[in-house]
Write a protein that binds this ligand. Structure first.
Ligand SMILES: [Zn+2]
Length: 382
């Protein structure tokens, strides 16, 4: 599932709040099941419109509750100096994307535990509202929200990594073994065991109790997948954490003069040198970057009369890295700005070019021969 897709509905402290299309499905399902089945059991004399209004309001407040849960993770993460580019709400709840490594077990513990705790605080608040209004019809809505928030906190506290409870579990193991990779492996194994229990339990449920068990099968499959991915991600980040741009970059190709035509660039340099990206220079200074894709945006018939200067991306617009920038950070930049190469500058002086292809090749090699940069540890597979 791609959590970068989805509609941005707003921003809180610079964090984009996204709604994935699958959320619309769950939103509708909740509103519908409440209006059609649950509330009519408790309130016999409402009109159809009242059932639906209560269903939709409950669904909106549930949506707000999940958002508050995710925001609590976000605020603690920001407090610890991590970056949180976005929160995505999707079919199984919410996900906060965080950049930057967890620095200590303590940090991970607090970032994880605050989510379920805020769900339980919400549960208590809705419970109190239920208590105050329990003679009136609206009480069923508060009662529902108190229960669902309690369940949300409880479910998230299951020790299945990468659920919140799994992260709490990992932070405790990490604090004991002082090795994040090992702690992640243990947490991931427990996470997969819990996922399998959900899948098997869900199947048994379907056979003996009904179709509702399918929900647990789906959540179990999702959790199993997420747990495997989270472990692979940690291994990858560990393997590459000491690899910097200088290790992977290629020497900068000889720059192309600004005044050249695109025709000349295509014939002499792209076909001649088999390169895909070139720095452009003007009076001995780098003035821009031109790539094959910039070239192909100009119709071929106009290549002879269009200069490199007209088709290039100006130097001020080009994203660059330093020789000591980690390649994980460089990959993030390439993804974020949708570019395939980054010039490497040392104090403003061009020392190399980092291409997506070279970075991917390095990733592939790390996966094949294991991590050789992490001093004093056994090579391992990713
Ligand atoms: Zn959470």
């Amino acid at each position: 599932m791609d959590f970068n897709s989805g509609l941005v509905i707003g921003r809180v402290r610079g964090v984009a709040i996204r709604v994935h299309w699958s959320w619309v499905v769950i939103f509708t399902l909740i509103a519908w099941s409440l209006a059609d089945t649950v509330y009519p059991d408790y309130e016999k004399d409402w009109t159809q419109n009242q059932y639906w209004a209560a269903g939709v309001v409950s669904s909106v407040l549930f949506f707000a509750s999940v958002l508050i849960h995710e925001l609590s993770h976000t605020f603690v993460a920001l407090h610890y100096g991590m970056q949180v580019p976005s929160i995505t709400l999707f079919v199984f709840g919410g996900v906060s994307q965080m950049a930057g490594e967890m620095r200590s077990p303590r940090q991970e513990f607090f970032i994880a535990i605050v989510g379920p705790l805020s769900s339980w605080v919400l549960s208590i608040l809705f419970g109190l509202l239920w208590l105050v209004t329990r003679d009136q019809g609206v009480a069923v809505v508060f009662g529902y929200l108190a229960l669902i928030n309690f369940a949300l906190g409880f479910f998230n506290l299951l020790p299945g990594f990468p659920l919140d409870g799994g992260r709490v579990f990992r932070s405790i193991v990490w604090g004991r073994v002082h090795d994040l990779t090992k702690a992640t492996r243990i947490a991931s194994t427990v996470g997969q065991a819990i996922a399998w229990m959900m899948i098997v339990g869900g199947i048994v449920w379907v056979f003996f109790l009904g179709i509702g068990g399918l929900w647990y099968v789906l959540i179990g499959l999702f959790l199993k997948n997420a747990s495997e991915q989270a472990y692979a991600q940690v291994l990858l980040e560990r393997a590459l954490k000491d690899v910097v741009a200088a290790d992977v970059m290629r020497p900068p190709p000889v720059p192309v003069p600004e005044a050249w035509s695109l025709q000349q660039l295509a014939e002499d340099r792209i076909l001649g040198d088999a390169e895909r990206a070139f720095l452009v220079e003007s009076i001995g200074r780098v003035s821009g970057l031109i790539t094959i894709s910039d070239l192909t945006h100009v119709p071929r018939a106009r290549w002879a009369e269009t200069t490199v200067r007209e088709a290039m991306v100006a130097a001020t617009e080009v994203h660059t890295v330093r020789p000591d920038t980690s390649i994980l950070e460089a990959m993030r930049l390439m993804q974020e700005h949708d570019v395939n190469q980054l010039p490497v500058l040392d104090d403003g002086r061009l020392v190399g070019l980092l291409t997506r292809g070279d970075v991917l090749k390095r990733l592939e090699l790390s996966a094949l021969v294991g991590d050789t940069t992490d001093r004093g540890q056994q090579p391992r597979r990713i």
